[in-house]
Write a protein that binds this ligand. Structure first.
Ligand code: 5GP
Ligand code: ZN
Length: 134
């Protein structure tokens, strides 16, 4: 647990929260400023600032938790879709530096915006990126 990390305190029960699910490694809570009805956050109890710091084992389990909670939210709230969102770094919109996954149930004509303008991929950029993985 990291001092002064609000999500460490919430995840470990030091600060009360609307908890949907809890096990030894995770707590799933309702977001205080929901993008839509049922917006929830998956928090690992052990501090990792972001995806880059997250242990593989936690990463693996987090997606299984996400899948289970997503199913209950979608069915129980009659959502028509659901976005998983996970921000890393201020440039990507991360405001709390403790890894978390957003579960955002989606409804027809809701006001949630998780979109981008399609850009263009130049041959040079494509080559540069593909080279990273060779
Ligand atoms: P980020 O922008 O870092 O991906 O998302 C942070 C999220 O945490 C935001 O959606 C914000 O509403 C939520 N949040 C921030 N502080 C609290 C809090 O104290 N309790 C809860 N439940 N959610 C919080
Ligand atoms: Zn933390």
């Amino acid at each position: 647990m990291q001092n002064d990390c609000i999500f460490c305190k919430i995840a470990n029960g030091e600060i009360p929260s609307a908890t949907l699910y809890e096990d030894e490694e995770f707590r799933v809570i309702l977001d205080l400023g929901p993008a839509s009805k049922g917006h929830a956050l998956i928090l690992p109890k052990k501090h990792a600032a972001n995806l880059f710091e997250l242990p593989d084992e936690t990463a693996e389990k987090a997606l299984i938790v996400a899948k289970r909670i997503a199913g209950v939210l979608k069915e129980g709230l009659h959502a028509e879709g659901l976005n998983l969102v996970q921000n890393n770094g201020a440039a990507a919109g991360q405001t709390v530096e403790h890894f978390h996954i957003h579960l955002i149930p989606r409804y027809q004509n809701d006001t949630v915006n998780v979109t981008w303008q399609p850009g263009e991929l130049s041959e040079e950029e494509k080559g540069e990126i593909l080279k990273l993985f060779r």
